[in-house]
Design a protein around this ligand. Structure first.
Ligand code: 5AD
Ligand code: SF4
Length: 431
């Protein structure tokens, strides 16, 4: 019998892409290929790409240049480009990188085995209306936490964002399929699920998002439920109540604010004012006092004045997020904002980003300190990547805690006392 063909995947970008790579791996595994961690021995190299900011795109193209020489060594090697750049640029990728054989978008993962059989170069970046109905097998790495897609695409068209163009229209999976997948995960020993969607809380099929959370909360074996990413406009009272009432739904929410300036929020087409955002955060914390809230901020959106920027900084001080992800505005071709007047220079954007990160640093430390010396429930994920002698896990609020303990605890939920607060993690002792 001939040896199995091997594939290698390099993943860029967000959790959505990480999970898409699990699906690509699942599809290829079913097709008879085996996964390798060494691109040099692969018969198929797949790049799962991200186009959210220019930097991610540049990183991919420089990586792609590097594998050109592999083809000389192995002429039958196929190179495939998946993900958001594939969707957006399609055949154009063949022109920029003639050593690429296959291009397929996030909606066409199921086609990969057919695309491989094709002798000619092929680009599959068409819309797939059935994406939410057709489930793909996912090859998951970790044994206790799993990503589960519940909806695909985004209809919001925030003026800076490429996602509605790369991921297509919003489509939600039927609840029955989601529940079936999560039940199977529970049977395999998974304890935590993170529900995924570009705009996860606008989920709507035979039930709405709070309804779906209530259904998942009833499943035996699953102990923790998380979800990303939520849009502030779709954060309803019903969802806030569900978060506070359902014992398995964790006390943490990633709620991208983008800017503290209501004027800029308008230019961004976000659909809420700063005050509306702030009021929702206050309500959330009233209902669920331990709630950890994180956000995304864009620095230097076109037309952002010094005063708008100051409003973002003031908002960080007022809201006191547990953590933020902040980015310099990056013009994406085809989006409304990329053609707006008032594009700022790199220096201004960098300076504003630096100030935002600096201000948030001390706020993060302050919010982190609030849980020092408290007892926290941890899902043990296994040995720490940076220090083999330590185990690592996360609190319900999604904070990373390192501690000494037996490897056999992996996959268990235990109680810890937090003994040290660091910049990006905590140290604890088992009780
Ligand atoms: N430039 C900078 N940041 C962006 N984001 C999305 N598009 C852009 C862009 N063009 C950020 C937003 C979003 C996060 C995933 O990436 O903050 O919430
Ligand atoms: Fe992009 Fe806005 Fe959709 Fe998020 S909600 S993916 S920022 S368009």
């Amino acid at each position: 019998m001939s040896e199995k063909q091997k594939f290698y995947i390099d993943t860029f970008g967000c959790q959505m892409n990480v999970h898409d790579s699990e699906k690509i791996a699942g599809v290829m595994n079913d097709y008879g290929y085996s996964l390798t961690n060494d691109p040099k021995e692969a018969d198929l190299i797949i790049y799962n790409t991200c186009s959210i900011r220019q930097k991610a795109e540049q990183k991919f193209y420089s990586e792609l240049g590097r594998v050109k020489s592999y083809k000389k060594r192995n002429p039958s090697l196929k190179i495939a480009v998946a993900g958001c750049i594939a969707q957006q640029q399609g055949k154009e990728i063949f022109r920029r990188a003639p050593h690429v054989d296959i291009v397929f978008g996030p909606q066409n993962i199921h086609l990969l085995p057919d695309l491989i059989k094709n002798r000619q170069k092929v680009a599959a970046n068409h819309d797939n209306q059935l994406i939410a109905e057709h489930d793909l097998p996912a090859m998951r790495n970790s044994g206790c936490k799993a990503w589960v897609s519940i909806m695909y695409g985004c209809d919001n068209f925030c003026s800076y964002c490429i996602v509605p163009y790369t991921r297509g229209r919003e489509r939600s999976r039927p609840s029955e399929n989601i529940l079936r997948e999560i039940k199977e995960l529970a049977e395999k020993g998974f304890k935590e699920v993170t529900l995924l969607g570009q705009n996860v809380n606008s989920y709507t099929s035979d039930t709405d998002f709070p309804g779906l959370l209530r259904m998942i909360n009833r499943l035996n074996g699953i102990e923790r439920i998380r979800f990303v990413t939520s849009h502030p406009r779709d954060l309803s009272d019903a969802l806030m109540s569900a978060i506070s009432e359902l014992e398995k739904v964790c006390e943490c929410l990633h709620l991208p604010m983008q800017t503290g300036s209501t004027r800029v929020l308008g230019l961004m087409n976000r659909g809420y004012t700063y005050n509306e955002y702030r009021k929702k955060v206050v309500k959330l914390k009233d209902l669920t006092p331990d709630m950890s809230i994180t956000t995304d901020i864009i620095a230097g959106f076109p037309g952002e004045t010094e005063d708008d920027h100051k409003q973002s900084v003031d908002a960080l001080r007022e809201i006191e997020f547990d953590g933020i992800f902040a980015f310099k505005y990056s013009p994406r071709p085809g989006t409304v904002a990329s053609d707006m007047e008032g594009q700022l220079d790199e220096k201004t954007k960098s300076a504003r980003l630096a100030e935002i990160l600096d201000v948030q640093d001390s706020i993060t430390l302050k919010t982190n300190n609030k849980i020092n010396n408290t007892i926290q429930e941890i899902l043990v994920e296994g040995p720490s990547e940076t220090d083999e002698s330590m185990l690592t896990g996360r609190t319900r609020t999604n904070k990373v805690v390192n501690f000494k303990g037996d490897k056999d605890l992996t996959g268990n939920i235990i109680n810890l006392k937090i003994t040290e607060v660091k910049r990006h993690s905590f140290t604890g002792v088992i009780l």
